[in-house]
Design a protein around this ligand. Structure first.
Ligand SMILES: [Zn+2]
Length: 230
């Protein structure tokens, strides 16, 4: 191998290295998206990406050392007789192995791109946390509004429902026996049963439209308990 060939090889190795560094930037971008998305398994995903970026950092560092050693060995060879070139690759290999053996994986965490990766993810998580805190506040307000909107009183009995049934068509609630009784009476008169809620356009309430609303039932019960305590 001529010194010129060595030069070309080193240059192509350095272009690989620049690809590796671009890859590290992309990994960081994807990890940030992941952190912001806060989806399930996000921590496992980021952990896996950290392993990948550390692998890249290791490669990047090894290329640095390798190129450095090749430079030293070739410039030393240039000063000597052409015969020195024979042992060039063996010398590089020997020195490289020796140098790499002294390196620690812990140092990889100080690689500038690994540090940028960690820092970016921390920022993304913090941002996502702030946003989600805001979302939670909005959600709480929404729940408060819907809770006040849902009437616990049955439009038929005018008392608080015990077994509320929800009409899947118009979303109104009625006490179970009261609405079933009304439907039966109307149907026995060969008439349709109109939704008893004032202003509701649902002119045909059928038993098959009704479903027991367990969520509302629990909510009424828990409010009842709270009221009895205060
Ligand atoms: Zn209705």
């Amino acid at each position: 191998m001529s010194l010129n060939e060595v030069r070309v090889s080193v240059l192509s190795l350095q272009s690989c290295q620049s690809d590796i560094r671009t890859g590290m930037d992309i990994l960081t971008d994807v990890a940030m998206d992941l952190a912001e998305a806060r989806e399930e398994g996000v921590h496992t995903g980021i952990k896996e990406m950290e392993v990948m970026i550390l692998e890249c950092a290791k490669l990047d560092r090894e290329i640095d050392y390798f190129v450095d050693i090749v430079d030293q060995v070739t410039s030393a060879a240039r000063a000597q007789q052409p015969e020195a070139l024979v042992n060039l690759s063996a010398t590089v290999k020997e020195q490289f192995t020796e140098r790499i053996a002294q390196l620690s994986d812990a140092d990889l965490h100080n690689h500038s791109k690994v540090m940028a990766f960690k820092d970016s993810i921390k920022t993304s998580f913090n941002q996502a946390n702030e946003e989600s805190a805001e979302n939670m506040e909005e959600l709480d307000e929404d729940i408060a509004v819907t809770q006040s909107q849902v009437n616990f009183t049955c439009p038929l009995t005018q008392v608080e429902m015990v077994n509320p049934m929800k009409n899947k068509k118009c979303n109104h609630h009625y006490e179970e026996p009261a609405i079933l009784d009304l439907i039966k009476r109307r149907h026995s008169q060969n008439k349709k049963c109109r939704c008893p809620v004032v202003g509701c356009g649902n002119a045909n309430v059928r038993e098959s439209d009704l479903i027991l609303d367990q969520v509302l039932r629990r909510r009424i019960q828990s409010q009842k308990r709270q009221n009895s305590h205060t």
